[in-house]
Design a binder for this molecule. Structure first.
Ligand code: FMN
Length: 324
């Protein structure tokens, strides 16, 4: 059920993709998603050197023989990443899919092409989707306003952004931002997507290396418990509403510079939050879909449940479409 151009392109059983997540998308989670029939995506930026990254790629390969991808963020970084090194390592380890994000990957396209790596670029606006198609990307992920991480600056929700992008490009479009269950999958497919990429739902999986206490706390939150930070720097991020996020937003209101904000927003604090489970230590990227999530089972169970719920939703819709 639900064969699409994305399931064909990446050789998947299900049209489900786990989005790259800094600190969380490590070998165990990636392999669990791929083994269960979706596409797991390793976060390259979690590994600061090419050597560490390549070691993790080898680890994924010991855990799954299924296809998996790598996320390479091209956002402005304080410490430049060894993008070329990551790509060379991917080539050596036979990785065939990359998820790029943050900025147009045009300058890296020849390196991907030479290695036969398919490029799925994540965008937050229709014009960026068109650009991705123009430079030869194989698919686009459209990240709506609801998403964890960086939704862009234009605040268009998935229900509008997704079909607008589907109408604008011929390459397959993957829906992201606000999808966490089978109803969402069916809705995304109805809007023209050929797959769904989820971050927040997979952050709430057993294999995501984050404290169980924190996951437990997150099951109690609602769709109202996230907020934006860093809008003043045009680098908006959706995070859990906590004291650190409120402080960052207040400082931005008073004209804080990136230098003023770094001590609060630095990624190492998020790592500390994840490891200790103490949400007061920093920011935590999270989507509005957290309000739909009440548990953190193994990734395979999440995926089976989504597929069963989606089949149920389709059956319900087809029954209601028939005249009695
Ligand atoms: C904790 C966390 C960390 C993330 N880190 C990254 C990242 O490093 N690179 C990236 O492109 N997207 C990152 N994302 C965004 C996801 O890949 C995905 O685009 C987004 O979560 C989709 O929206 P959803 O959360 O509503 O499913 C992150 C998301 C979460 C929850």
């Amino acid at each position: 059920m639900f064969k699409t151009r994305i399931t064909e392109m990446f050789d998947l059983k299900y049209p489900l993709i786990q989005g790259g997540m800094l600190w969380l998308s490590r070998a165990e989670l990636v392999a669990a998603v791929s083994n269960a029939g979706g596409l797991g995506i390793l976060s390259a930026a979690t590994f600061l050197t090419r050597e560490e990254f390549q070691k993790e790629l080898k680890r994924v390969k010991t855990l799954t023989a299924k296809p998996f991808g790598v996320n390479i963020p091209l956002f402005p970084a304080l410490k430049p990443l060894d993008i070329q090194g990551y790509i060379e390592a991917m080539g050596e380890e036979g990785v065939t899919v990359v998820e790029t994000a943050g900025r147009n990957p045009a300058e890296y396209m020849p390196l991907f092409r030479e290695r036969g790596i398919k490029v799925m670029h994540k965008v937050t606006a229709v014009r960026f989707a068109k650009k991705a198609q123009e430079i030869g990307c194989h698919a686009v992920v459209v990240d709506g306003f609801e998403c964890a991480g960086h939704p862009g600056e234009e605040d268009v929700s998935s229900t509008v952004l997704l079909p607008a992008a589907v109408d604008a490009v011929d390459i397959p479009v993957v829906a992201a931002g606000g999808f966490a269950d089978g109803r969402g999958l069916v809705a995304a497919l109805a809007l023209g997507a050929e797959g769904v990429l989820m971050g927040t739902r997979f952050m709430m999986s057993r294999e995501a290396p984050m404290s169980d206490n924190l996951k437990e706390y997150l099951t109690t939150l609602t769709e109202r418990d996230t907020m934006f930070v860093l809008r003043s720097l045009r680098n908006t991020a959706r995070v859990i509403k906590n004291d650190v996020a409120r402080k960052v937003a207040a400082m931005e209101g008073e004209g804080a510079t990136i230098g003023d904000l770094i001590p609060l927003v630095t990624g190492s604090r998020e790592k500390e939050v994840m490891e200790t489970g103490d949400i007061s230590r920093g920011l935590l990227h999270c989507g509005q879909a957290i309000g739909l999530i009440r548990d953190f089972p193994p990734a395979a169970e999440i995926m089976e449940e989504i597929m069963a719920e989606a089949a149920g939703a389709v059956a319900r819709l087809s029954r209601s479409g028939k005249t009695p």
